[in-house]
Design a protein around this ligand. Structure first.
Ligand SMILES: O=C(O)CCC(=O)C(=O)O
Ligand SMILES: [Fe+2]
Length: 308
């Protein structure tokens, strides 16, 4: 039996001013996570968003937290966060689609993080009924001890998770560690391990072989989670976060392959899968060509994916 890999943990670098080219060459293309400490400095949400901000403006709005049946007033949910603890964590208010469900918040999280701005999934060439919404930014609020299941993101998108308040710990695993993570038989992209922060090795012995990366994200910091990387989080103190997922030339073939895999897994018609994947490949070729022309011409208004 091999020794547990935990001691070989990779370090996640932290960078302040990182040029888009350095991000592309050192993190986006090789698919390495990185903490970006200045990526959201220009967001009005920094300094504006707080528990009081959401309580006073949106306290009467009703939400259903993940895994709960009943909806809850946001003000009551926020009050309950004071009681949240590692032993008794509050439920997670998560994956709220900001564009569709809370559009007035968009101006607070603008301009978009430069590293995630080039999103081919938001192209007009993508069908309206594409299963992943265009311009996907999601909202998360959590209390001390709240966790999210171990998963990798839908459609092999890259992701930048930005923390506005509080501290959150991420546990990350390179895609090739999936063999030790007990992917669910159903969706594959969620692990069967109930709590990756306290794994029962008698039940999940292979987990001991998984090489993991831990990193904490503080207020104003963002984490680049490359496509296919397994991740889970544990909130260390009450958090408000926003995620922004994207795909472009550097993970487009992974997006197409994931579409093929998921459709064949769900028994979809083979001819239709071929048509969809052919279309996505053609979209990628067009957008790739357009972004090369864009770089060559320096046309600022020709926005299809820019430098990355
Ligand atoms: O912030 C978290 O707790 C998890 C975020 C996440 O998994 C995501 O945005 O894909
Ligand atoms: Fe995720």
């Amino acid at each position: 039996m091999r020794e547990p890999n935990r001691c070989q943990a990779m370090i996640v670098e932290r960078h302040g001013k990182l040029s888009e080219a350095d991000f592309r060459d050192n993190f986006l293309i090789p698919r390495h996570p990185v903490v970006l400490t200045c990526a959201i400095d220009a967001w009005p949400a920094c300094g504006l968003w707080s528990l009081d901000f959401f309580r006073s403006r949106y306290g009467d709005r009703m939400f259903v937290c993940r895994g709960q049946r009943e909806s809850v007033r946001l003000a009551d949910y926020i009050d309950s966060l004071a009681e949240s603890s590692f032993d008794q964590p509050a439920p997670y208010l998560r994956n709220i689609n900001i564009q569709s469900d809370w559009p007035e918040l968009i101006s607070d999280i603008s301009p978009a993080v430069c590293y995630s701005r080039a999103d081919w999934l938001s192209s007009r060439l993508m069908p309206k009924n594409w299963p992943r919404p265009h311009h996907l930014n999601q909202f998360f609020m959590s209390g001390t001890g709240t966790k999210i299941p171990l998963h990798y993101d839908d459609w092999m998108t890259h992701n930048v998770v930005s923390n506005l308040i509080g501290e959150k710990e991420f546990l990350l695993f390179d895609p090739d560690q999936g063999q030790y993570l007990y992917p669910s038989d159903k969706a594959y992209l969620v692990s069967k391990i109930p709590d990756p922060f306290a794994v029962d090795l008698a039940q999940f012995p292979a987990f001991a072989l998984a090489r993991q990366v831990r990193v904490a994200l503080g207020p104003g910091e963002s984490l680049f989670v490359p496509c296919g990387w397994w991740h889970t989080t544990r909130t260390l103190s009450t958090c408000i976060s926003v995620s922004s997922s994207f795909a472009n030339r550097h993970n487009w073939s992974a997006v197409v392959a994931e579409m093929r895999r998921l459709r064949s897994f769900s028994g979809s018609a083979v001819w239709k899968t071929h048509m969809i994947c052919w279309y996505l490949t053609a979209v990628g070729a067009l957008l790739g060509l357009a972004s090369v022309l864009h770089s060559a011409s320096g046309l600022g208004s020709f926005r299809v994916g820019s430098k990355v």
